[in-house]
Design a protein around this ligand. Structure first.
Ligand SMILES: [Zn+2]
Length: 83
């Protein structure tokens, strides 16, 4: 850490390790200030990837989705947005 603050602000406040403008992305975990690695979202499960592939294939073939597949797809989409 440098002695100067690029942001020209007041420096760490309230026992925090960084000045407020640098506390973005810092979280408290187990009593420690930590800056977690960037989370860009969940990786689709193998099943989701397979379903997407099947869905794309079906779409490109202009075939209607069967009832069983549609329900699996809906459940998969729901799971995806719940996470
Ligand atoms: Zn600052």
């Amino acid at each position: 850490m440098s002695e100067t603050w690029a942001c020209n602000c007041i420096g760490p406040q309230n026992g925090q390790p960084l000045c407020p403008c640098q506390m973005r992305g810092v979280v408290e975990r187990d009593g420690r200030y930590v800056r977690p690695e960037q989370d860009l979202g969940p990786v689709p499960s193998k099943m989701e990837q397979e379903l997407r592939k099947i869905f794309n294939d079906l779409s490109s073939n202009q075939e209607p989705l069967g009832e069983p597949f549609q329900s699996i797809w809906d459940a998969s989409i729901e799971d995806m947005y719940e996470q």
